[in-house]
Design a protein around this ligand. Sequence first.
Ligand code: PGA
Length: 267
Amino acid sequence: MAHRLITHLLKDLTNMRTKIIAGNWKMYKDLNESAELLNGLKTKLAVLPNGVKAIVCPPFTSLALAKTLLEGSPIAIGAQNMYHEDEGAFTAEISPKMLKSVGCQYVILGHSERRQYFKETNEFINTKAKKALASGLIPIICVGETLEEREKNITDQIVSVQVKGCLKDISSADAEKLIIAYEPVWAIGTGKVATPQQAQEVHQLIRKLIGQLYSWATAEKVVLQYGGSVKPENAKELLHQPDIDGALVGGACLKADSFAAIVQAAA
Ligand code: PGA
């Protein structure tokens, strides 16, 4: 309770963390569909609310188009994954250098779908996070428990192991730059959103853990996003929790109207 109150007060006084709303397009939108969505977003989000950032993360095939179409727009670009080498014989992989050349500033790492279908481990995600940071990309590192883990009451342990594993050997100067997205797996694409209280509890746990791993000053700077069925209707309440600094949006980012509404809700 005391922690919550102090965080609230500090946040109100200094407004220290920018709210960051990122849209993870996943494997949706071919080139024409991407152009339509990007143009819609460019119009609807021509000016971002004060203290709010918006990021689009289209599939690799639409990144260069995003760079062109979002010229002059305040919307930033991110990728959904990357490999941890600059170049080489790694068929079908994409390097941080390539991502930067198509205008990316951010990269999502360790999304639960990558963990589930492509067997990505905390160790692998950590390797990629270090490379992203060294390359000047800001990683959005995803963590979150499955339904089974929540029902077994081991959410805290699972999320702590993920956060520690993904942050291993990352300096505090680098940790301050990154974004951690808490995405309970049971809430992704299911329409079942975590309650603001459930989300806040885990966000607070993550921030405390970062405080232990680094310092409270570092913990106060790290942006923590919530992800999992974020919609215009539930965004405001989630985004006004003291430790929720943004959202990683899947389904609702595929329409310009709903993504723009979520960005507005962060104001
Ligand atoms: P969702 O996806 O908003 O469709 O639940 C979130 C995510 O996977 O990042």
